[in-house]
Design a protein around this ligand. Structure first.
Ligand SMILES: Cc1cc2nc3c(=O)[nH]c(=O)nc-3n(C[C@H](O)[C@H](O)[C@H](O)COP(=O)(O)O)c2cc1C
Length: 217
């Protein structure tokens, strides 16, 4: 049960309508853009929040939310390169993403390879962040064990002092990743668990570069 009657009605409408092959765009990024715009306009809370999973050296997967900051030929997010996810994605550059738009009875799943965005892309995005987030990026040694909150606050105060009166530069350990999809799946919930699923797979033999297949729910 959601707290929004408007979203409840919209979800019921989408479930009734379902998803048909003929409605899908040939380019999965255009299709993603349509669903992303829809979720944004429907007031889904943080539609750009996505779950990214990485894999450790021992094969253990690990998932967390990050915020999508752009998409072109890949899905871009920013983080600390020395964090758990940062190290895992550098050592093992493959990831999965899930957009959990369950309030709309929809999800989008992506699997693909991962690369760092260019330094200039990271610089450009870092420069748009609020100053407190910029100094916070210097203060947080993301994913490290710390004794208590005062350690973090102390490091933040140090960063504030260090960069007082000047623009905060991007820390060298902070930047973006781009997930380049090999597969993108669009899932639309339907009654009686007869959901609609379509998977786009990279396929050079197709005129569009993508093969589209319906999957059993
Ligand atoms: C909604 C939401 C959005 C988040 N966005 C980001 C993000 O864009 N980048 C980031 O590094 N962490 C983000 N976080 C925090 C991560 O989920 C995670 O706690 C942190 O990056 C450390 O992950 P790791 O130890 O697996 O590397 C977000 C958390 C939530 C709940």
């Amino acid at each position: 049960m959601s707290a929004s009657p408007k979203l409840d009605a919209l979800r019921a409408e989408l479930q009734a309508k379902g998803l048909r092959r003929a409605e899908l765009h040939d380019d999965p990024f255009v299709q993603f853009d349509a669903w992303f715009q829809f979720a944004s306009e429907a007031d889904v809370h943080e539609p750009h929040a996505m779950v990214v999973s990485s894999v450790g050296a021992d094969g253990m997967p690990s998932s967390r939310h990050v915020l999508l900051k752009g998409f072109d030929h890949g899905f871009v997010f920013f983080t600390n390169y020395t964090s758990q996810k940062g190290r895992e994605l550098i050592d093992h550059p493959q990831a999965s993403i899930c957009f959990p738009w369950n309030i709309l009875s929809r999800q989008v799943r992506v699997v693909g390879t991962v690369e760092k965005v260019t330094e200039s892309e990271s610089d450009e995005y870092f420069s748009t962040r609020p100053r407190g987030s910029q100094t916070g990026a210097w203060a947080s040694h993301q994913s490290e064990v710390i004794a208590d909150r005062s350690v973090l606050e102390g490091r933040w105060a140090e960063a504030e002092e260090r960069f007082e009166g000047v623009d905060v530069p991007r820390p060298p350990h902070w930047g973006g990743f781009r997930v380049l999809p090999r597969e993108i799946e669009f899932w639309q919930g339907k009654p009686s668990r007869l959901h609609d699923r379509f998977r786009y797979t990279v396929d050079a033999s197709q005129p569009t570069g993508w093969r589209v297949e319906r999957l059993s729910p």
